[in-house]
Ligand binder design. Structure first.
Ligand SMILES: Cc1ncc(C[n+]2csc(CCOP(=O)(O)OP(=O)(O)O)c2C)c(N)n1
Ligand SMILES: [Mg+2]
Length: 271
C-alpha cells in the first residue's frame, strides 16, 4: 500500500488550528488540542521512531580542500570547530539539509521563521541569542545565514553589539539571492526566454559586497572573506573566544551555489 502523508495541526493557543497569517483553518486530517511536547512524545512512541540517519563524517572530502565550500562542508567545519559544546542552531540557510546538523535536545535547532521572509534571519538571530544569554548561555548561539538574508537586515547586528548579546553568525556567501536563480530558470524555460539571463538582478557582484566590512561597521568582529577550510577553522576558534566573552562574531565564507536535490524538487513542485 502506498504511504500516505497525514497532516496534523497542533494548536496551543485557541485550540482550533488557524493558519497564522490568513486566519483560515489549517488543512489537517487530525487536530490535536495539546501542547506540542505531549503530541510529539506520543507520536515518537506510536511511530516507534528510530535514530535519525547518521551524520556525515567530520572529515572533508579531498576535493573541497582546493575548491569552493558548500553548506554541507561548512556544517562539517562548524561541527568540528564547536567540538563538544552544546549549540543552539538558531537558523540555517536554504542550502542546509536536515542531515547536516545533530539536533539532540529542544534547544538544538529553532527551525526557520514562520513566513519564509528573507531578511528575517539577522533579527531572529539577535532575538534568540538574547534569550539564550538570559538563560545563562548554556547553548552557543549560532546562526548560519545566506548572504541575501544577512544583507537585507544586517543592521540588527548593531543591537546585539550595543546590548552585549553574544552571538556567532556564519554568512554563506554565494554572492547571490540564489533561490531566485532557480525560480528564474523555471520561468525562462516556461516562457522560452534565455536561461542564461536567470542571474540578472539576482547575483550580487560588480562589485562583490564586503560582508565582513559591513559586520565590522556595526561593531562585530569579522575575519574577511574566508575561502579555505583552514581559514574557516581558525576563524571559528577565534569567534568562539569572542562569543564566549560576550561579543558578536561574523564569519563570511565563500560558498558554492546550489541546493540539495530535495530542495530543488520542493521548489519546482511549489512553483
Ligand atoms: C522579503 C523576501 N523577499 C524575497 C523572497 C524570495 N526569496 C526567497 S529565498 C531568496 C534568496 C535568498 O538568498 P540567500 O539568503 O543568499 O540564500 P541562497 O538562496 O543564496 O542560498 C529570495 C529572494 C523572500 N522569501 N522574502
Ligand atoms: Mg546567497
Amino acid at each position: 500500500m502506498p504511504a500516505r502523508i497525514i497532516s496534523a495541526t497542533i494548536d496551543v493557543h485557541n485550540h482550533r488550528g488557524w493558519v497564522k497569517d490568513g486566519g483560515a483553518p489549517a488543512p489537517a486530517d487530525v487536530a490535536f488540542l495539546n501542547e506540542p511536547d505531549q503530541v510529539v512524545a506520543a507520536l515518537v512512541e506510536a511511530l516507534e521512531a528510530q535514530e535519525t540517519v547518521p551524520l556525515p563524517a567530520l572529515s572533508l572530502p579531498d576535493e573541497v580542500k582546493g575548491g569552493t565550500m558548500t553548506s554541507q562542508d561548512i556544517a562539517v567545519l562548524l561541527r568540528r570547530g564547536v567540538n563538544k559544546r552544546s549549540v543552539c542552531l538558531i537558523r540555517a540557510p536554504l542550502s542546509w539539509t536536515g542531515a547536516d546538523w545533530p539536533v539532540s535536545h529542544p534547544f538544538g535547532s529553532l527551525g526557520y521563521d514562520g513566513g519564509g521572509g528573507i531578511g528575517s534571519g539577522p533579527g531572529m538571530a539577535v532575538g534568540a541569542a538574547l534569550a539564550l544569554r538570559d538563560e545563562g548561555l548554556k547553548h552557543l548561539p549560532l546562526a548560519v545565514l545566506g548572504d541575501g538574508d544577512f544583507l537585507m537586515n544586517a543592521s540588527a547586528l548593531w543591537t546585539a553589539v550595543n546590548q552585549g548579546v553574544p552571538l556567532m553568525i556564519v554568512v554563506v556567501n554565494n554572492h547571490s539571492f540564489y533561490n531566485d536563480e532557480v525560480h528564474q530558470e523555471s520561468v525562462a524555460k516556461e516562457r522560452e526566454r534565455p536561461v542564461e539571463n536567470k542571474h540578472v538582478g539576482i547575483v550580487m557582484n560588480g562589485p562583490d559586497i564586503d560582508v565582513s566590512a559591513i559586520a565590522q561597521g556595526f561593531g562585530a568582529t569579522s575575519y574577511g572573506l574566508l575561502t579555505s577550510p583552514t581559514a574557516v577553522m581558525k576563524a571559528i576558534s577565534n569567534a568562539l573566544e569572542v562569543v564566549e566573552s560576550g561579543g558578536v562574531a561574523v564569519l563570511e565564507i565563500e560558498a558554492a551555489k546550489g541546493y540539495a536535490p530535495s530542495m530543488v524538487q520542493a521548489m519546482r513542485s511549489a512553483g
